[in-house]
Write a protein that binds this ligand. Structure first.
Ligand code: FES
Length: 165
């Protein structure tokens, strides 16, 4: 009787795990919605626009001529070129504990109000506690569009050199 109960309980446990796994998997509609296409021709220079991808804020900043002329090698390495324009693209969450930093256009910097962390316009940390620059979301470039959620060669090269995280 004890063994039979154990076997039934075991089958029940496997059944529950399968059911739980199913509930973890994204619905087909969610998977299809996992990509966001941005038309990169619409962004004004020097103005931070916040888009959304998979529920996360995505910072898009089209660089000004002044930003391009004065950028450092590391800022250039984080740059994404689409249709001849250069952009800073990043997940708009502080890499400390995930608050959303605000952009100050006059200072060209981000301040995270949670613990005072700061980032420059390129997303690099200028004041701790954030441990690293803003993360860069996976992207693919197709003409003047950027597809967030797909991995293109430009993103792969950045990832391989450790820039995206
Ligand atoms: S969450 Fe941004 S500084 Fe702590």
């Amino acid at each position: 009787m004890g063994k039979a109960f154990g076997a039934v309980a075991g089958v029940g446990a496997v059944g529950s795990l399968v059911a739980m796994k199913k509930s973890w998997d994204p619905l087909p509609s969610v998977k299809a919605a996992g990509f966001t296409t941005l038309d990169m021709t619409i962004y004004p220079e020097g103005e931070l626009i916040t888009e959304k991808w998979r529920g996360k804020p995505i910072f898009v900043l089209k660089k000004t001529a002044e930003m391009i002329a004065s950028q450092t090698e590391s800022q250039k390495a984080r740059s994404v070129t689409v249709g001849g324009s250069e952009f800073m693209i990043a997940i708009g969450l502080c890499t400390h504990l995930g608050c959303i930093p605000s952009y100050n256009p006059a200072e060209k910097s981000f301040l995270c109000a949670c613990h005072g962390g700061m980032f420059n316009w390129a997303g690099e940390v200028t004041k701790v506690p954030p441990p690293r620059a803003f993360d860069i979301p996976p992207f693919k470039i197709e003409g003047n569009n950027m597809i967030l959620g797909e991995v293109g060669p430009e993103y792969k090269a950045m990832k391989d050199s450790g820039i995206t995280l």
